[in-house]
Design a protein around this ligand. Sequence first.
Ligand SMILES: Cc1cc2nc3c(=O)[nH]c(=O)nc-3n(C[C@H](O)[C@H](O)[C@H](O)COP(=O)(O)O)c2cc1C
Length: 344
Amino acid sequence: MVGYTSWALLTKMDIPLIGVNGLRGEYHLELPQLRIGSLKLRYPIVQGGMAVRASTASLAGAVAKAGGVGLIGATAMALEELKQEIEQARSLAAGGIIGINIMYTATQFAEMVDVAIRAGIDVIFTGAGFSRDIFRWGKESGVPIVSIVASAKAARLAEKFGAAAVVAEGAEAGGHLGTDRSVKEIVPEIKATVKIPIIAAGGIVSGQDIADVIKLGASGVQMATRFVLSEECSVADQFKQMYLQAKAEDVVIIRSPVGLPGRGIRNDFVKSIEQNKVPKPSECAGCLKKCSKEYCIVKALINARDGLVNEGIVFAGQNVFKIKDILPVQEIFDRLLAEYAVAE
Ligand SMILES: Cc1cc2nc3c(=O)[nH]c(=O)nc-3n(C[C@H](O)[C@H](O)[C@H](O)COP(=O)(O)O)c2cc1C
């Protein structure tokens, strides 16, 4: 079938016939072939970029090796650190696709993009605002740019500027949010508006979830929360344990000084934000173009990432409570593909 990978072939190559996780049955669904510019993905699965230092080389490299796109969360990294992370991810990726995720609000946005392009990055995902410049830099260097959007209007703008694809991120997502609407509402609207490929994001944790958004018009998915619960993700074990213990009602909207709401797990730190009791930062590195300085979001994310979970913010997607195990990235892929193949 033109434009589609043969599922029969994938089954033989990559998935045990008696399925992963006890799944059995006839493999019948085919995955779409996702292209981002000239990049051809083996599987249309992107591991969402996660700042600060939640998605680093070890995770991005493993995802790329497994056949998806591995993204390093670049926001708030030092320039030299970013360069080293890209080199390390490349060495782990076995020829797979490595990208960065960078928020437009980062003060060093232009410098970071420059470092990534010089380091030979394959693709750049960018969100939290638009920069026309990045599309020009992408064109000049041949690096495809993917815009993270939450509405048909923003998707149309991204396509006009030259985006190779858009991530349609719904309110189920972890991290900062651009909408309070479900990914299942925004994907069909964006599909009706743009011709470039749509990568759906927010709350996708299983093969059935992937099938659901593909039916709505997506050509691929971006997943982050599922990949936090991988062996290769470099967040502290305490961070992963918060994920494993979270119940549905623990996942809440958090006020962030960036000016966008964020989704994460309610803990002592979040309670003090709700009660306006977080002390203002005593120092500021000026890492974001726009910040209310109500508290330091970068410090809060680093604290949590390093294991001080109650002194920081544990961003997580709405469906975190559905994930019950920490697995190697390759097993996450095997399971997603097996679940997808028998999805309704
Ligand atoms: C811990 C964490 C950190 C995140 N950091 C970023 C980020 O720096 N930039 C960004 O564009 N999205 C960020 N996100 C959003 C993810 O890239 C992804 O789009 C979203 O979480 C998808 O929803 P899911 O987690 O339910 O799969 C973050 C998400 C999490 C869970």
